[in-house]
Design a protein around this ligand. Structure first.
Ligand code: TPP
Ligand code: MG
Length: 354
């Protein structure tokens, strides 16, 4: 994992969130825990991207490298009745919710020991036991589903859950977003839509920059049309994300009304693991963005505040590198799903539908 740690001067600039200095509310222990989770995600993503490029993983695969602080900060607030839904860049979410990394890796390999028995693959992870409701390949297609899930939460007896609904900047131009957000705003007036929209603004939808996708580039303002309140946060700063997550999840839980949080980030990785050319952006742009790698920024904070030493950072990195390697080994040694199971779990059994 190549991360950039900043100079003293850059460090003080990074400590501010835009022109609003933010007061860190994260304890040293919490910061360390959040850091460990981000490192878990990073090494997992590097390992599966390598496996894909070696031809060991089929289908398609999109990694979360550069965006780790968003799901890490937000999912650290998860409560028992909560639900989470996202698009296809979904490995981080499911891992952070507690799914076994070995089962997730085996799923990417299409093995029978995979999280969904090798039938979902990278884009269709699912683990309701860990509050994860997918994993969807159709851009924006999951947004009405997430809004509906939040609606249902207010009808389930004694349910105090909220839905965290993640979407990309590209999805906001999709009709499904506008239909879903419209109903969320409407139902939210009666406290019937505890949905926290998390707009992961990584600047690109595949090779299309925001400026080439819309005339109104203030993406989060699109929620105004549906009377959904909103704010933006520095998605590279784990403390800023966590602080916003604590405050906003509480608000959504209490009011039963939706809120939209835009996390400003950058997709350091290519769009998908098969994309090598990246003709739509310059190497300098990516190099510049790497200076604000969320993991590098967090290491800087941990070192500056004497929470950990360089040696401890190295040990933590080694621990998660090993965990990712163990997951790869498990996936490689796992059997293919048996042929008899080709059609099981694909459609609901008639009696289950009845
Ligand atoms: C309805 C639909 N249209 C087009 C695609 C092809 N496609 C896959 S990913 C993607 C870009 C989405 O960008 P964004 O929502 O910003 O998510 P990111 O990849 O940046 O996480 C597109 C257009 C698709 N999967 N579904
Ligand atoms: Mg995007």
């Amino acid at each position: 994992m190549a991360t950039t740690r900043n100079s003293k001067k850059q460090r003080s600039a990074a400590a501010t969130n835009g022109d609003k200095p933010h007061v860190p509310q994260v304890s040293p222990e919490q910061l360390l825990e959040l850091y460990r989770k981000m490192v878990l995600v990073r090494y997992f993503e590097e390992a599966c991207q390598t496996a894909f490029r070696q031809g060991k993983v089929g289908g398609y695969l999109h990694v979360y490298i550069g965006q780790e602080a968003i799901a890490t900060g937000l999912l650290a607030t998860i409560q028992p009745d909560d639900r989470v839904i996202t698009a296809y860049r979904d490995h981080a979410h499911v891992l952070l919710l507690g799914s076994d990394p070995k089962a997730v890796m085996a799923e990417l390999y299409g093995k029978g020991t995979g999280l969904v028995k090798g039938k979902g693959g990278s884009m269709h992870l699912f683990d309701v036991e860990h509050k994860f409701w997918g994993g969807y390949g159709i851009v924006g297609g999951h947004i009405p589903l997430g809004v509906g899930m939040a609606y249902a939460q207010r009808y389930l007896p004694d349910n105090t859950g909220i839905t965290q609904l993640y979407l990309g900047d590209g999805a906001i131009h999709n009709g499904a977003f506008h239909e879903g957000a419209n109903l969320a705003g409407l139902w939210g007036r009666e406290g019937l839509n505890p949905c926290l929209f998390v707009l992961e603004n990584n600047q690109y939808g595949m090779g299309t920059s925001i400026e080439r996708a819309t005339a109104n580039t203030d993406l989060i303002s699109k929620f105004d049309s549906y009377a959904i309140p909103r704010e933006s946060v520095d998605g590279m700063d784990i403390e800023a994300v966590y602080e916003a997550a604590v405050r906003l999840t509480e608000r959504v839980r209490e009011t039963g009304s939706p809120f939209a949080l835009e996390a400003m980030t950058y997709r350091i990785a290519p769009h998908g693991a098969a994309d090598f050319l990246e003709k739509y952006r310059s190497k300098d742009e990516v190099r510049e963005a790497r200076k604000r790698d969320p993991i590098g920024l967090t290491e800087t904070k941990l070192l500056d505040r004497d929470i950990v030493s360089e040696d401890e950072i190295t040990k933590i990195r080694q621990e998660y590198q090993q965990l990712a390697a163990d997951a790869v080994k498990f996936a490689e040694e796992s059997p293919e799903p048996p042929l008899e199971e080709l059609l099981t779990d694909v459609y609901a059994e008639p009696e289950a539908v009845g």
